[in-house]
Write a new protein. Structure first.
Length: 274
């Protein structure tokens, strides 16, 4: 099943399932309610997908944890800092808490923070937790990064904080695991990133070192997960300018650029920079 949070033609927020190019309304008052097991029934109304406005699948998640699951991305980051991956990275999956108040909808512009000249995208996949603590579905996740701000604050030994605080793009829909090539704790699909219509990177999602069940178990250790919690994979290998190098003209993202993440089965998440 592919699920969406959307604004209907009257601008009321609804939950629905995709059926081809139609959105079938469900009774759930919100995606959080649907994840809790409420309102799975259809209400007898449907809309053309072109006539509704998609929101992030979970517009206000209880929490966002972003992991660091791809060894190639991790190795590049450490190499750029003149080091090697610490042994601890191989012992347990590491994450940081991101800002659940900074979720952006599909198509919603992201404003470049005034403090940065090195705005970057990050190609990621996110899992959304269901009421039973299991993965209810997957979606695309763009973890926007102000690299110069991030570099300075992490030199102190904490963070990332304001270098990541300003925006996360999520969507366009939530796809249940049975709709995807999901086996052995990994998604066997290709994810891509475009800037201004040019494909910059193609990355196999299954190349992750840490599996989704391992990340979920670590997130749940000594605490409780709630329905709607978002678990990010971390950047796929080659999924950011930090790894790929600057855009033509030796620059990072600027107002006027359009970034699109896309993956087989997960759809396309497009975002203009302003």
């Amino acid at each position: 099943m592919r699920l969406v949070t959307f604004l209907d033609p009257a601008r009321s927020e609804r939950v629905g399932r995709l059926d081809g190019d139609r959105v079938v309304e469900l009774r759930a008052a919100s995606m959080l309610a649907w994840l809790h097991g409420e309102g799975h029934e259809e209400v007898g109304r449907d809309h053309a997908l072109a006539d509704v406005t998609l929101r992030a699948p979970v517009p206000e998640p209880p929490s966002v944890r972003d992991f660091f699951a791809y060894e190639g991305h991790v190795a590049t980051g450490w190499r750029l800092r003149g080091g090697e991956i610490p042994a601890e990275w191989y012992e347990f999956p590491v994450f940081y808490f991101s800002n659940a108040a900074s979720i952006h909808d599909p198509g919603q512009p992201v404003r470049r923070p005034a403090a940065t000249q090195l705005l970057d995208f990050e190609l990621e996949i996110a899992a959304v937790v269901g009421a039973g603590g299991e993965i209810a579905g997957f979606t695309l996740f763009n973890d926007w990064s102000a690299r110069d701000v991030q570099r300075r604050e992490m030199a102190v030994g904490l963070g990332p904080a304001k270098g990541k605080d300003f925006a996360i793009s999520l969507g366009p829909w939530l796809v249940t695991p049975d709709e995807l090539p999901y086996a052995d704790g990994r998604l066997a699909l290709e994810a891509r990133v475009e800037v201004n219509g040019e494909v910059l990177s193609r990355s196999p999602a299954q190349a992750q070192h840490w599996t989704w069940p391992q990340m979920l178990a670590h997130a749940a250790r000594d605490t409780r997960l709630r329905a709607g919690d978002v678990i990010g994979s971390g950047t796929l290998d080659g999924g950011c300018l930090l790894e790929l190098g600057p855009l033509e003209g030796d620059r990072y993202l600027q107002p006027g650029d359009v970034v699109a993440l896309e993956a087989d089965g997960l759809g396309r998440l497009e975002t203009p920079v302003v």
